[in-house]
Ligand binder design. Structure first.
Ligand SMILES: NC(=O)c1ccc[n+]([C@@H]2O[C@H](COP(=O)([O-])OP(=O)(O)OC[C@H]3O[C@@H](n4cnc5c(N)ncnc54)[C@H](OP(=O)(O)O)[C@@H]3O)[C@@H](O)[C@H]2O)c1
Length: 253
């Protein structure tokens, strides 16, 4: 699979939350394609560690940013433009969850989950959409989740936010279609990253989850990164407003 060419040489991509997990793998694959990559995260040490892991040289820029803070998002895109001169694609990868039932969540907790997942995706997509509209070309890909379509205990607010991201994908696809900008999402089931480690590292939970997945395993970050690169490429020029399930068939049965 390493040799697939997506034709992304010298294209510039901003990946939110690219310092570990799925975002880091998307960054690695984009750099392998000789694209230019900007990653952000809240913690500088995470970004430094990612820089070492990716060895992207001049093709990689890291910017400390919280996606739900408008001034951070402005700075992220300003730095990306200063450094690379254009933005061809945005990958809204940031996501977080705090385990709670909806009915017991206090308002601050609700806001925290909605902010990082939904508000962050809004702020970054708005900024990228405005820039790309001027260029009359672009791609926005967001990472949703199977939790957007299937109620999961302790992931309720997260699932509600992800459902919002899927609707935002359709709305932006329509708004930006006249400018040749495609807006899509991918919705993974469980992926082996830090985010879901409490689940996949527990054998009982892992076995229970795998029973619901026809392909018989959970996803690795590269299972998600490949469809994202496809959606960033010219090969997906006539696909917009869609969410591709990347769940080993779990939602098909
Ligand atoms: N792993 C799964 O099982 C799974 C399944 C379905 C969907 N997803 C989705 O896939 C995406 C990536 O998840 P992952 O598993 O790779 O997560 P992860 O391992 O926890 O990585 C999250 C990344 O986002 C950054 N981040 C978190 N909040 C941020 C914020 N407010 N502003 C800027 N950066 C922020 C983190 O860096 P800092 O901590 O330094 O900010 C880190 O780089 C998320 O949208 C998640 O919801 C994951």
């Amino acid at each position: 699979m390493g040799n697939i060419s997506y034709g992304l040489e010298n294209r510039v991509f901003v990946i939110t939350g690219g310092s570990r997990g799925i975002g880091l793998e998307i960054a690695r694959k984009l750099l392998d394609q000789k694209a230019k990559v900007v990653i952000c995260g809240r913690k500088q040490e995470g970004l430094e560690a990612a820089k070492t892991k990716l060895s992207g040289g001049a093709g990689l820029l890291t910017v400390q940013a919280h996606v739900a803070k408008e001034s951070d998002v402005e700075n992220l895109f300003d730095k990306a433009l200063e450094n690379f001169g254009k933005i061809d694609g945005l990958i809204n990868n940031v996501g977080m969850n705090i385990i709670t039932s909806v009915v017991d969540a206090d308002y601050l907790l609700w806001q925290k989950i909605i902010e990082s997942n939904l508000n962050g995706t809004f702020l970054c997509s708005k900024k990228a959409g405005q820039l790309m509209r001027g260029q009359k070309k672009g791609k926005i890909v967001s990472i949703s989740s199977i939790a957007a379509r299937r109620s999961a205990p302790a992931m309720g607010i997260y699932g509600i936010a992800k459902a919002g991201i899927e609707m935002m994908t359709k709305v932006l696809a329509q708004e930006l279609a006249p400018f040749d900008i495609q807006v899509n999402a991918v919705a993974p089931g469980m992926v082996r990253t830090k985010f879901s480690e409490p689940f996949w590292s527990n054998n009982d939970i892992y076995n229970q989850v795998v029973k619901t997945i026809p392909l018989g395993r959970i996803a690795e970050p590269s299972d998600v990164a490949h469809p994202v690169l496809f959606l960033c490429s010219d090969a997906s020029a006539f696909i917009t407003g869609q969410t591709i399930m990347v769940d080993g068939g779990a939602s098909a049965i």
